[in-house]
Design a protein around this ligand. Structure first.
Ligand code: FES
Length: 102
């Protein structure tokens, strides 16, 4: 069980727990504002764009080429941008903090 903290663009903070699935699925299941997941998690919409807390970014497996290409098309990309559908809960460090991108 991992605890993952989502911060929305309205600065609402949600502390969620999960054992499996992606961060996108976790966010959708908890109705986190700003995570739409329109493509269902196949890395083709970028409506699950998040910013990983800088302290945690290097602890995650690297993004795939396809994820990086999708992020290149996205506005407001940061050095710690990821697509939430491509980050697995089981790879997340305990207490991972992510901010929903606008
Ligand atoms: S849900 Fe579509 S790219 Fe993540």
């Amino acid at each position: 069980m991992s605890q993952i903290i989502f911060i929305t663009q309205n600065q609402e903070r949600y502390e969620l727990s999960a054992e499996s699935g992606s961060l996108m699925e976790l966010a959708k299941a908890n109705r986190i504002s700003g995570i739409d997941g329109d493509c269902g998690g196949v890395c083709s919409c970028a409506t699950c764009h998040i910013h990983i807390h800088p302290d945690h970014f290097e602890q995650l497996p690297a993004a795939s080429e396809i994820e990086l290409e999708m992020l290149e098309l996205e506005d407001n990309v940061s050095d710690t941008s990821r697509l939430a559908c491509q980050v697995k809960v089981q790879d997340a460090p305990e207490g991972l903090i992510v901010t929903v991108a606008n």
